[in-house]
Design a protein around this ligand. Structure first.
Ligand SMILES: Nc1ncnc2c1ncn2[C@@H]1O[C@H](COP(=O)(O)OP(=O)(O)OP(=O)(O)O)[C@@H](O)[C@H]1O
Ligand SMILES: [Mg+2]
Length: 351
């Protein structure tokens, strides 16, 4: 191994165990409810159905975008995948192996999945220099001081920070964009396969944001990475993602290839989200937000389709029958809406 090169993957050079067609990540029936359980002297508190039966997969080398209004369960999904919190139910497979199984222990999994958060400052230890921050992971995993420092310098270079200028600096001596580059370098230090970016560029100025997004695209090619990219900004998600998952109140409302989903959204919720995007064309700007009605509340999701109280196309059946994800177009485009089921009897289908 050349010092400064990525460490050889655990298990030898064939770390792509299942081949390119096998999803890197496969999530089935994921559920996480937060809330107080009934105890000796305590009553059961309200239960927040943060993630309420979510299935998806992430293909090797793709970027899966995740969108949805605040509180719909995006970060909880990310934290469940990262194993920061335990699911109430569900299965997570990484390159075909169950996470936490004998074949793929938690430590081996954690090396291969890294996360970058929105708050670049809170993610960094204020008392560690940039170099020590990036070298920390390799040191913990047994690299010599010298090898870890070389790795840190190499990564600084790759994220666009001149090592000679930045290695000795502390987080407070950096701009927000520079700090986020350090967070990205640190995430790459153990040569992960999957990077989860949770609003990672949302706090940056637009011009800095664009630079960091382009950096992420370059790094993805260079290191053969796969991304889960969570953002409120649909323009950014469209720019970054191969496929997109739209979440609403802990469920997947729509899933599909980015182009298809943005061009022909099949779930009225996706349509409303897209319509509420700020338009670049001043003549096309709407005054009224198309997403009206009660804000989503994961404590008491409405019966039937969770979006029905706010949906312009809602019919009687939507209020008591919950739709499942059904094929809604080309490829794996799917939507959980009765309007994509020709046999549902939704009155708008008859017209
Ligand atoms: N530790 C927790 N305890 C109780 N409720 C929680 C906890 N973490 C998240 N929640 C609740 O779960 C729901 C989903 O939260 P989550 O952070 O996943 O949403 P999000 O889609 O990431 O939102 P945002 O866009 O604001 O980041 C919210 O109602 C939130 O208040
Ligand atoms: Mg979040």
């Amino acid at each position: 191994m050349i010092i400064g090169e990525p460490a050889p993957p655990p298990g030898g050079p064939t770390r792509d165990r299942g081949g390119p067609a096998q999803p890197l990540l496969s999530v089935k029936g994921l559920i996480k409810h937060f809330g107080q359980k009934k105890g000796f002297l305590t009553k059961a508190g309200p239960v927040v159905r943060a993630v309420d039966g979510v299935d998806f997969d992430v293909a090797k080398g793709e970027t899966l975008g995740i969108v949805g209004e605040s509180g719909c369960g995006k970060s909880t999904t990310a934290r469940l995948v990262m194993q920061i919190i335990n699911p109430d139910a569900g299965e997570i497979l990484f390159d075909g192996e169950a996470v936490g199984s004998q074949a793929l222990g938690l430590n081996a999994f954690r090396r291969q999945v890294q996360m970058v958060f929105q708050d670049s400052y809170a993610s960094l230890n204020p008392r560690l220099t940039v170099e020590d921050t990036i070298a920390f992971g390799p040191r913990v995993h047994g690299a010599t001081r010298r090898a870890a420092a070389t790795r840190a310098h190499d990564l600084l270079h790759r994220v666009g920070l001149e090592p000679a200028r930045f290695a000795g600096r502390y987080p407070h001596e950096l701009s927000g964009g520079q700090r986020q580059r350090v967070n990205i370098a640190r995430a790459l230090a153990l040569d992960p396969r999957l990077l989860i970016l949770d609003e990672a560029v949302s706090a940056l100025d637009k011009s800095v944001e664009a630079q960091v997004l382009n950096l992420l695209l370059d790094l993805k090619d260079e290191f053969g990475l796969t991304y889960m990219f969570i953002s409120h900004d649909l323009n950014v998600v469209r720019f970054m993602s191969n496929r997109v998952m739209v979440m609403y109140l802990g469920k997947v409302a729509e899933f599909g290839p980015s182009e298809a989903l943005f061009e022909t959204p099949r779930h009225p919720y996706t349509g409303a989200l897209l319509a509420s995007m700020p338009s670049m064309d001043p003549d096309a700007r709407t005054e009224v937000a198309p997403l009206a009605g009660d804000p989503p509340n994961p404590i008491n999701p409405p019966p039937g389709c969770r979006f029905n109280p706010r949906c312009a196309k809602s019919a009687a059946l939507c209020a008591h029958q919950e739709p499942t994800l059904l094929a809604a177009g080309e490829g794996d485009h799917r939507a959980a809406c009765w309007l994509v089921d020709p046999s549902s009897g939704h009155p708008r289908l008859a017209a």
